[in-house]
Design a protein around this ligand. Structure first.
Ligand SMILES: C[S@@+](CC[C@H](N)C(=O)[O-])C[C@H]1O[C@@H](n2cnc3c(N)ncnc32)[C@H](O)[C@@H]1O
Length: 259
């Protein structure tokens, strides 16, 4: 994909997410002060805690959407910057943060993860949750995420499984054409898979510390019919295919040379 194709695809992606922003904001966290949110985040953060530096380390929420994760990290004391391709999402994120995390304001910027407006080595933690799959050139985006991380910094990457229910309709186009898939669906996905990211990461300068599958339902209500207990016993490749989301935690190390 050349520069022009990438920028055209990025413009389509930006428009799609600008249009979806109100629905995304409605379907996701509405209230950061409920016991359910506290329980969900408590479990998630406990899992990550072993890999993270102490707050107030600088943290980038790359592709922050409506700021739901940015707010939660800020509440743990991290110095959070958030960026998102969609200016509409950034507006929601600013409003949500002002309401739910006014004590230490989060700085939000409209920017794409493949051209980040931050200095080399600026962040101790980069969180990138369900964003990579939408970047026209995902390897460029990964390289950029690595650039803004300091040595030893930690990446928390969530991406879709290769046949995630979020992506599944995308494959239907091979059988039925784009008209046959749901009406709010435009192809803004790229085709990168967790096993490809596995291969790319050491070359870009990451060492994987942890990975796991999530088989939960999607924000749009689609279920993942795979049983997580059964899947756990299967080879990693199968899990990476069936997962709704795939989590990778990695730290920034010198890149390995291919020569
Ligand atoms: C599925 S949402 C995830 C939002 C957030 N990470 C979360 O977990 O709540 C995907 C987000 O990625 C953003 N996005 C898509 N492509 C992007 C890109 N190239 N750079 C930055 N953000 C992007 C969209 O605008 C949208 O807000």
């Amino acid at each position: 994909m050349d520069e022009q194709q990438a920028s055209e695809q990025l413009a389509v992606t930006r428009r799609e997410w600008d249009e979806r922003a109100p629905l995304w904001n409605e379907r996701n966290l509405q209230n950061w002060d409920t016991p359910e949110t506290a329980a969900w985040w408590g479990e998630w953060f406990a899992k990550l805690r072993a890999f993270l530096p102490d707050a107030p380390a600088p943290l980038l929420d790359a592709g922050c959407g409506n700021g739901q994760i940015s707010v939660l990290f800020a509440r743990e004391g991290y110095a959070v910057s958030g960026c998102d391709l969609s200016p509409q999402m950034v507006e929601f994120a600013r409003a949500n943060a002002a309401q739910y995390q006014p004590a230490s304001p989060i700085e939000f910027t409209a920017a794409s993860i493949d051209t980040l407006p931050y200095a080399d080595g600026q962040f101790a933690v980069v969180n990138c949750r369900c964003v990579l799959d939408f970047a026209p050139r995902p390897a460029y985006a990964l390289r950029e995420l690595r650039r803004v991380m300091r040595p030893g910094g930690v990446l928390i990457l969530n991406m879709m499984g290769a046949n995630s229910p979020i992506k599944r309709q995308y494959w239907l186009r091979h059988l039925q054409g784009l008209d046959a898939v749901a009406d709010d669906f435009t192809n803004i996905f790229n085709g990168i898979t967790p096993w490809e990211v596995d291969r790319i990461m050491p070359v870009l300068g990451w060492r994987r510390l942890y990975q796991e599958a999530n088989y939960g339902g999607t924000a749009g209500g689609a279920l993942n019919e795979f049983d997580s207990e059964v899947m756990l016993g299967l080879p990693t490749l199968f899990q990476q295919t069936a997962a709704t989301n795939w989590l990778i935690v990695a730290d920034a190390v010198p890149p390995i040379s291919l020569t």
